[in-house]
Design a protein around this ligand. Sequence first.
Ligand code: AMP
Length: 569
Amino acid sequence: MKYSELCGIYSRLESTTKKLEKTEIIAKFLKGIKRERNRRDIIYLLQGNVFPESEAGVLGVSEQLTVKALALAGGLSKEEVVKKWKAGGDLGEVAEDIIAHRKKIAGGRELTVENIITNFRKLPGFEGKGTVEKKLSLITGLLSEATPEEAKYIVRTLLSDMRVGVKGGILRDAIFDSCFTNDEKTKEDKALLQRAYDLTIDFGLVFDYACEGVSKLKEVSLMPGKPIKVMLFPKADSIEDAFRIVGKPAAFEYKYDGFRVIISKNKENITIYTRRLEEVSRQFPDLVKYAKKYIKAETAIVDGEAIGYDPETKKYMPFQDISQRIKRIYNIEKIEKELPVELVLFDLIYIDGESLLEKPFIERRKRLERTVKTEKYRVSLAKQIITSDEKEVEKFYGEALETGEEGVMAKNLDSPYKPGARIGYAVKLKPEADEFDLVITKAEYGTGKRGGWLTSYSVSCLAGKGREGELLEVGKVSTGLKEKSELGLSFEEMTKLLKPLIEKEEGREVIVKPKIVAMVQYQNIQKSPTYSSGYALRFPRIKVIRPDKKVEDANTLKDIEREYEKHRR
Ligand code: AMP
């Protein structure tokens, strides 16, 4: 196919912002290329890519290099190109303008899609001495043969900045419209297309299969080593809501604060992808080792969370603390020791040649348990209970928060694994980031190893206008503080702050002068006769103390009432 034909399509796509129009333009175009030998490549170029998305190949062409190539192809100085670029902003349009005004070479060949793709694919392979020169000569060569419009899109493709608006949904719909006849078009078939994409992350391949028919699409299955889209989870408002969505009984699991990893094992080859489909196998040699050793299968694909922990105290750390490992490609061994991670697995979607996508969650979990050997601080399985009892979940949820986890996940026992979908086969339940500034009015001594410290605190809001100085309790908090001060605000520090404020002691309980304001995070608010405000915070947790705030700055009963109404909606 002539490259100019594809450029005509780019140009038409650029002229409209309407999704339906774009879909129609592409669908018509695709109908015409169904028999083209290199139809896959045409799809990649249409997306502005040179490789399938699943391969995430980078061309390694900078704007600076493109400017140089344009200067050479157009017979201008680099400064002149940069001046035009500054005035216009889009290097593609600058290319169009430059090529339109350069002296024509007589008898140049017409570019084809094949020329473009084979040449572009050579770019990442240039290595070592002379790399820049080789790239430069290849790009200049193509630009010298290009028409102005072709030059515009060559430059934009090189810089991965197509500006024609071909998103996945549009392409999927266009493939659907072009490959299925009207009486075949069902919702299920569209879902089949989406499934094929989610499993391959390759619209070129999906188009290939769709051209061959529904049965070919049905054959698409998982392949260890290839990225796949992870299943996503909507949010539930409460335990009751979670049960309503996922049914009873349900599995509840701790929700760990790490980052999602999909790990493929193909004999000795281990591949690790993040939920954004970035391959991070190199960054995590520890996970590679664990996958080899602890996953007892020849081939497998597992889904889980990598959580960082402090190598000395062995305390788990929040995601932010280990996020630097994802980007890190140098000194990996050092950082592996400083910021070790534990792999917590919660799903098994492929094993020894068999896809488990359609199997019920409960079966997948059982097989995961049979497949994975666990060892503390290396590989474990998400802590789980199966229950229909809200009280039991409440306890489990409380424990999860107490341990420092983010919350819990509720999972339907019979559901399949749907890559890329957020459809409520599982939901997350975590405390709202909502918070109040509240005054500590009472405290209680802990027991056991927390003996001698004040470890539980009654928190109060201001009664409000006309009742100045009056404080009303909204709950008791005992989570959020640490046993050791290096890890954040500790019980010991809080005890030191409160002791001088004690006014009265009654058993283990003390009444303190209202001086300390704490920021308290909570998940929900309930009406409650237990506390003088008439409300109780559910799952409250102390985030920080606010030495910058005075008691008069604390939240009022009115604030609590307003939030209560909001949470009820
Ligand atoms: P969020 O990032 O808030 O949308 O929550 C969903 C994320 O929680 C998932 O993508 C996982 O990375 C993470 N997660 C932690 N523990 C679990 C678990 N037991 N099951 C599923 N996802 C989990």
